[in-house]
Ligand binder design. Structure first.
Ligand code: NAP
Ligand code: GLV
Length: 309
């Protein structure tokens, strides 16, 4: 099958090389070297340009080389009516779980405070509670959220999740549906957002959310920047309602050097690295999807266009 590969990332060539190595029997093509666009049957694409699909008149599937699909679904490009497949990579899920765990532990064990003390040669101990007394709420219990929940639970945190559909997980309560959201938020000393960005979740981290959270709570957003209303967060931090926020994702990336978030003493910023797509395991999933499409079978992890993820 002829496959158009478009990776607009620093390591895009690494992905193309890996795809050519693993996708035996498929022809991997990349712009500007494509002469026969009508021969392309599948496209691996992260964020298409407005005219990206126009010459691709014989597509059978789109494959997104990442977990989130909002950058494709909300790109303003008219999408062809073919299945859209995304990555659901356990390696990415473990990376995300490690990130969330690192940030929860950093906050819980007050490591920032000790880094500040070290700068002033201050020897002072501070009390910290046990993990079972810290309630972590996870918004989104899919591939990423469930992995984060299991890692946190394994070292004793009291974890509750929130999803659209009900789920049963050992030692982890999962609340489902809109009515369950505010009670979960009100009972989360640490709130972690791992939702997909859809019409239903855009702006979900807002003043109402922060008002409902316990005094001094921590927010971690590693999903998408547009889940968060930044001025509402800054106001909640400034009045001490939230003690801190960890932000890996921003509505405009890279985050502008002018953003007040950089300077905020209670904000930790990372440059969208919570869980980078992994070329080897990601390509393995892409090739599995290509093989199934070519064989006329239904690939795994098809996006529900109506739900938007
Ligand atoms: P996923 O497997 O599709 O899981 C999404 C979860 O969110 C599911 O549990 C889903 O509920 C729930 N959900 C969706 N809409 C909801 C709503 N309106 N109300 C309640 N729950 C809702 O996605 P994933 O692979 O875990 O990835 C999640 C997101 O993480 C991605 O979309 C992406 O934005 C972000 N991400 C960020 C990074 C990073 O490096 N920062 C890396 C990877 C992914 P159901 O289970 O009932 O469907
Ligand atoms: C990264 O943010 C992804 O969605 O894979």
């Amino acid at each position: 099958m002829q496959v158009l590969a478009d990776f607009p990332w620093e390591n895009g060539q690494e992905w193309i090389d890996e795809l050519r190595r693993q996708a035996v029997g498929h022809q991997i093509l990349a712009e500007p070297d494509i002469v026969d666009h009508a021969g392309i049957e599948a496209a691996v694409v992260w964020r298409p340009s407005i005219d990206f699909f126009k010459p691709l008149t014989n597509l059978r599937a789109l494959i997104v080389p990442g977990a989130g699909v909002d950058q494709l679904m909300q790109s303003g490009t008219s999408l062809p009516d073919v299945p859209i497949v995304r990555l659901a990579d356990p390696v990415m899920a473990t990376r995300m779980a490690e990130y969330v765990l690192a940030m929860v532990l950093d906050h819980h064990r007050q490591l920032g405070r000790y880094r500040d003390q070290q700068a002033g040669a201050i020897w002072k101990r501070h009390f910290h509670s046990d993990p079972q007394d810290i309630r972590v709420g996870i918004l989104g219990m899919g591939v990423m959220g469930a992995a984060a929940a299991r890692h946190l639970r394994a070292i004793g945190y009291a974890v509750t999740g929130w999803s659209r559909s009900t789920k049963v997980m050992p030692d982890i309560d999962v609340a489902a549906g809109e009515a369950a959201l505010m009670p979960l938020i009100a009972a989360s000393d640490i709130l972690v957002c791992l939702l997909p960005l859809t019409d239903a979740t855009r702006g979900i981290l807002n003043a109402k959310t922060f008002d409902a959270m316990p005094e001094g709570a921590l927010l971690i957003n590693a999903a998408r920047g547009a889940h968060l209303v930044v001025p509402d967060l800054v106001a909640a931090l400034d009045r001490g309602k939230l003690s801190a926020a960890v932000l890996d994702v921003f509505e405009d990336e890279p985050l502008s050097p002018e953003s007040p978030l950089w300077e905020h003493p209670n904000v930790t910023i990372t440059p969208h690295i919570a869980s980078l797509s992994n070329p080897v395991t990601g390509v393995r999933q892409i090739v599995r999807a290509l093989d199934r499409i070519e064989a006329g079978e239904r690939p795994d992890h098809i996006v529900d266009r109506h739900a938007g993820y």
